[in-house]
Design a protein around this ligand. Structure first.
Ligand code: BGC
Length: 352
């Protein structure tokens, strides 16, 4: 089932709708047309109680001012492009700079700050909505007009399926993701350091002290990034390791073992689990990487129900191409050419 309400009105007068997708298992997810934000994700945890497993805000104003991409669709380019510079087909481009010297998540007015057009695709079993965006040539400094469509579907198997489609009027770079911060004990229940995580990745992309990949693709063996066995988050976070210091915690891209550039199917890639094992999040994707991010920068941020979010109160699994790929020839290519139809899929399944 889908219901919709007016969430608020943007400073420029555009209305922002909140869709609520509910399945018959008692899962209910609120999605905003501003940035395609997943604002609330309720799971039934006892006969008459629900738990909201994502961090977020109560008001539209908070989302307009947000600098953490809470729950948002980010793009055109998730994560960093070093100095906001890249060269494509012999032409140099300079994007918006919004994190030190670098471009983060597509610039200060990236996809998360846009109001997307919306419609209901299916209002029956497996409720589904479509969000659409036209980003013009030069938007945040990126080349080419680009049309983006995202379909969110909540299935009866308690999966939120996120499908990304795009095409461009000239060659450009494209790397969309969703930036939900999960806390499987509830958004207002403090640190996630006792959650256990698994990521099926035997390699990762080391970063410099500004979070930009060095270009190396390194083995995770004997590093805090070997998350192939189910591991308490606390373990990598407490490791004496330069990479963990550079990220101020976990803020790293892991290279997924089962990636295949041809696949259009979401394959199991990662999970998180509460310490008691009562709630599990499983991540399936066809993307090559996952940025695991332990919300290292949060400091007394006012969130939903007046909660104060601190560092490590959430964990993100941002399915993506690797950061700074346009400047790293050895990474999978993020170039989207004219005539190509971009498609990617990520599914988040919650077991409770
Ligand atoms: C980045 C972090 C950043 C966060 C919030 C993550 O994807 O890697 O460095 O602080 O997003 O925008």
């Amino acid at each position: 089932m889908i219901t919709q309400t007016l969430f608020g009105t943007m400073p420029n007068g555009q209305d922002v709708t909140q869709y609520t997708l509910t399945n018959t298992k008692g899962v209910s997810i609120d999605i905003l047309t501003l940035g395609g934000v997943i604002r609330r994700w309720l799971i039934p945890t006892s006969k008459d109680a629900t738990t909201d497993i994502v961090l977020g805000y109560d008001t539209l104003e908070d989302y307009v001012n947000d600098d953490s991409s809470f729950g948002a669709l980010v793009g055109r380019y998730a994560n960093r492009i070093a100095k906001g510079k890249f060269t494509l087909e012999g032409v140099d481009y300079q994007t918006d700079i919004n994190l030190g010297d670098h471009c983060l998540h597509g610039g200060s007015q990236g996809f998360s700050k846009k109001v997307w057009s919306s419609s209901v695709l299916s209002n029956s079993e497996n409720p589904s909505i479509i969000l659409e965006l036209n980003s013009e040539d030069g938007d945040q400094g990126f080349p080419g007009d680009i049309y983006v469509k995202v379909i969110y579907t909540l299935t009866e198997q308690n999966r939120l399926k996120i499908e990304y489609f795009a095409n461009a009027s000239q060659s450009t770079v494209f790397n969309p993701t969703n930036h939900s911060y999960f806390n499987l004990n509830g958004h207002n229940s403090g640190p996630v350091d006792q959650h256990k995580v698994q990521i099926l990745a035997s390699q990762y992309t080391p970063i410099d002290n500004e979070g930009v990949p060095t270009g190396e693709i390194a083995a995770v063996d004997n590093t805090p990034f070997d998350l192939r066995p189910l591991t308490s988050i606390n373990q990598p976070l407490s490791a004496q390791n330069e990479q963990i210091q550079f990220g101020n915690g976990l803020d790293h891209n892991l290279c997924l073992d089962y990636y295949s550039s041809e696949s259009k199917v979401a394959t199991y890639a990662a999970q998180a689990q509460t310490e008691d094992g009562c709630v599990t999040l499983k991540v399936y994707t066809n993307m090559p990487g996952i940025q695991i991010f332990t919300a290292n920068h949060l400091s007394n941020k006012k969130g939903k129900e007046s909660t104060r979010y601190q560092a490590r109160h959430g964990v993100c699994f941002e399915t993506q191409f690797f950061a700074d790929s346009p400047n790293k020839p050895d990474f999978p290519s993020t170039t989207l050419k004219v005539g190509e139809e971009f498609y990617s899929i990520t599914e988040y399944e919650v077991l409770f």
